[in-house]
Design a protein. Structure first.
Length: 278
């Protein structure tokens, strides 16, 4: 009997379909992975902004995770928006009940593309000190990296030191977690270079891409992290997964730039490799 490659996303919903668990499921499907979900919040948002967040009770989030892992299992986990310290601890404690589960990809979501906050300020320390050290890979953008490190990261020449410093969060001076630091917030350059630090090899891989002039960037962070999880679920190495996810997202942004959905930041085209160009 055949077995699917499986990935679980623990994230909030996005009714506009461009970010959150909707983007994660689209990415999993586009990359040939069976996706499951644990919904942590119902978010009232669209391409213009976030109107409200309705948290799912922590006990119910834990129940969803147990239902999936106790029956279907998973080959990778993507964790997205966790809005409070209580929820972060609940997710961490529940995942620890399943020590066989690895390949945990954390997108440390703090602010939406629209600029709306998605993480309570008091939860930043919990995320940094508790959940990040438990993760396999984290995928911060520059504002998130700056908050986690307590120092501003705003120049390309800071990336090499920043990814290694982020890797040591919760691990002292030893190598810890792998880090993909995203360059999308850099200004003044047509070429963006993300840095991926592979903690298993102690090597940094530079991932260049050409900046695309588009407003359709809603959910790019969700898409990238879920793509890494999908490739890890399929047995790729950490560096291979980062390279594959980076390429997938670049093509999704390029294809999505041709479309207009909503009045604000539209989504990328998750199925660019499957849908005909129209």
């Amino acid at each position: 009997m055949k077995q699917y490659h499986r990935a679980l996303t623990i994230a909030g919903s996005d009714p506009s379909g461009g970010a959150g668990l909707q983007a994660d499921l689209k990415t999993f499907s586009a990359l040939g992975v069976f996706g499951t979900t644990a919904v942590v919040a119902v978010v009232d948002e669209n391409t213009v902004g976030v109107t409200g967040v309705h948290p799912v009770p922590e006990s119910f989030v834990a129940g969803q995770i147990r239902s999936v892992l106790g029956d279907i299992g998973t080959d990778a986990v993507k964790i997205g928006m966790l809005h409070s310290s209580e929820l972060i601890i609940t997710v961490l404690d529940t995942l620890r009940e399943y020590p066989e589960v690895g390949n945990i990809v954390l997108d440390p979501v703090m602010v939406a593309t629209s600029g709306d906050p998605l993480l309570m300020p008091e939860a930043i320390g919990t995320l940094r000190d508790k959940l990040i050290p438990y993760s396999t890979v984290i995928t911060p953008n520059l504002p998130e990296a700056s908050l986690l490190l307590g120092a501003t990261v705003e120049h390309q020449d800071q990336f090499g030191d920043a990814v290694r410093a982020l890797s040591r969060l919760g691990h002292g001076q030893s190598r810890g977690i792998s880090v993909l630091l995203k360059a999308g917030h850099l200004e003044g350059s047509d070429t963006l270079i993300d840095y991926f630090y592979d903690a298993s090899t102690d090597r940094v891989t530079r991932l260049p891409t050409t900046r695309i002039d588009t407003v359709n960037t809603h959910g790019t962070g969700c898409t990238l992290s879920s793509a890494i999880a999908a490739f890890l679920a399929k047995g790729y190495t950490l560096t291979e997964a980062a390279i594959g996810a980076h390429s997938y997202l670049a093509k999704a942004i390029e294809a999505g730039a041709a479309y207009r959905i909503g009045r604000g930041h539209g989504p990328v085209c998750h199925f660019h490799n499957l849908w005909p160009r129209v």
